[in-house]
Design a protein. Structure first.
Ligand code: GLV
Ligand code: MG
Length: 322
C-alpha cells in the first residue's frame, strides 16, 4: 500500500484556489503531476463554504487525467476543518486522491483526520483507507514533532514544507519566501528545515515536497530554489503559476544522462551478480566500480525517471569473454 502511494510522481504540485472555477478549469489543461484545490489560505473566509461545493463539483465533473487530485482543508485550530472534510469527501470521495492538512503540529492531528476519513468512507461505502493524507509542516512545533507526524498514519503520502507560514512562525527576518534572509551571509538558512523534513519522510517511506515560491515571474529564482531541494532529494515543489510548471517538471526529474546511467547500472549489476555474469558482488561498468549500494542509488534515479515517463537511450551489452 505504502509503495504504490509513494510511487506517484509529484514533481509539480499546482495550487488552485477552490473558490475560483476559472482557475480550476485552467488547471485541467496544465501538465502538472498534482493539483490541489485550496480551501485554506488562498480561499477567503467568506468564500470557504461556497468553495466546498465548487470543489465537489470540479472533482466529480472535471477531466483530471493522470493528475493527482488533492484538496487542502483548513487546519484543526479553525472551526472549518471537519465540514471541509465531510462535505468534500462525502461529495467526491471516489474522485479524490488525498486530503492535504496544513499547519500540522503533532501526530494527533493526523490521527484525527485519519479517523474522520475512515468514518466517512464506511458510512458512504467507499473503499476504506484509499484516500491519502499530505501533511504540511509550517511552524516550529510541527518541525519539532515531524518524526511522530510522519509515522502517524498509513494514509500519509507526503510531508510538505510550508515556507511562508514557517518563516512567520519562527520570526525570520525576511518577506521573500524561499530566498535567503538579508544578513544571513553564509550557507542556506533553510538547510536544517529541509534536511529534517527529508529525514522524517524517508525514514517512513514518504515523499517530501518543497513549498511555494511567490515571485512568480522570476523563473531563474524558482529554478535556483527548486534546484536546492531537488539536489537534497526532494520529490517536487509547489507551482503557483503555469510558468513554473515546466521548470518544476524538469528540475525534479533526473537528467537524460543520469537516467540512462542509472538504467545501465541496474542492468549491469543484475548481469554481473547472475550465474552468467559470474555471480560477482562488485563489478566494473566502464571505469566505475558498482556494487549493491550503487544499485540502490540507481534504483532511486531510475524510479524517478520511469515515474516521469522517461525513455532510456542506451542498452547494456554484457562484456565479451576475452
Ligand atoms: C504554504 O502553505 C506556505 O505557508 O508556504
Ligand atoms: Mg501555509
Amino acid at each position: 500500500m505504502t509503495h504504490t502511494r509513494t510511487a506517484r510522481p509529484r514533481r509539480s504540485c499546482l495550487a488552485v484556489p477552490g473558490s475560483n472555477p476559472r482557475f480550476i478549469e485552467k488547471a485541467q489543461g496544465l501538465p502538472v503531476d498534482q493539483v490541489f484545490l485550496d480551501l485554506e489560505d488562498a480561499c477567503a473566509p467568506l468564500a470557504k463554504e461556497g468553495a466546498r461545493l465548487t470543489i465537489v463539483n470540479a472533482l466529480n465533473e472535471g477531466d483530471w487525467g493522470d493528475r493527482l487530485r488533492v484538496v487542502r482543508v483548513n487546519d484543526w485550530t479553525t472551526h472549518w476543518t471537519y465540514r471541509d472534510v465531510v462535505t468534500v469527501v462525502e461529495g467526491a470521495g471516489p474522485n479524490l486522491d488525498c486530503v492535504m492538512l496544513p499547519k500540522v503540529q503533532d501526530a494527533t492531528q493526523i490521527r484525527a483526520l485519519d479517523l474522520l476519513l475512515t468514518q466517512i468512507e464506511k458510512t458512504m461505502g467507499f473503499e476504506v483507507g484509499r484516500i491519502g493524507i499530505e501533511a504540511q509542516i509550517e511552524n516550529a512545533r510541527g518541525l519539532i514533532n515531524v518524526d511522530e507526524i510522519a509515522a502517524a498514519s498509513p494514509r500519509l503520502e507526503t510531508i510538505i514544507f510550508g515556507p511562508a507560514d514557517f518563516m512567520a512562525s519562527i520570526n525570520m527576518k525576511s518577506l521573500v519566501v524561499g530566498e535567503q534572509p538579508p544578513g544571513y551571509d553564509t550557507g542556506d538558512a533553510y538547510h536544517y528545515i529541509l534536511m529534517r523534513l527529508l529525514m522524517a519522510a524517508r525514514a517512513n517511506d514518504l515523499q517530501v515536497i518543497d513549498g511555494p515560491y511567490l515571485q512568480i515571474r522570476d523563473l531563474d529564482g524558482y529554478r535556483r530554489v527548486a534546484g536546492r531541494s531537488a539536489a537534497l532529494g526532494f520529490d517536487g515543489k509547489w507551482v503557483l503559476h503555469p510558468g513554473q510548471v515546466e521548470v518544476a517538471n524538469e528540475v525534479y526529474s533526473p537528467g537524460q544522462q543520469d537516467y540512462d546511467h542509472a538504467e545501465l547500472i541496474l542492468d549491469a549489476y543484475a548481469w554481473h551478480t547472475s550465474e552468467a555474469g559470474g555471480a560477482k558482488g562488485a563489478a566494473m561498468l566502464g571505469d566505475e566500480m558498482i556494487d549493491e549500494a550503487s544499485r540502490k542509488m540507481a534504483l532511486v534515479v531510475a524510479g524517478k525517471g520511469r515515474a516521469a515517463g522517461m525513455r532510456r537511450t542506451t542498452t547494456f551489452e554484457p562484456p565479451q569473454e576475452g
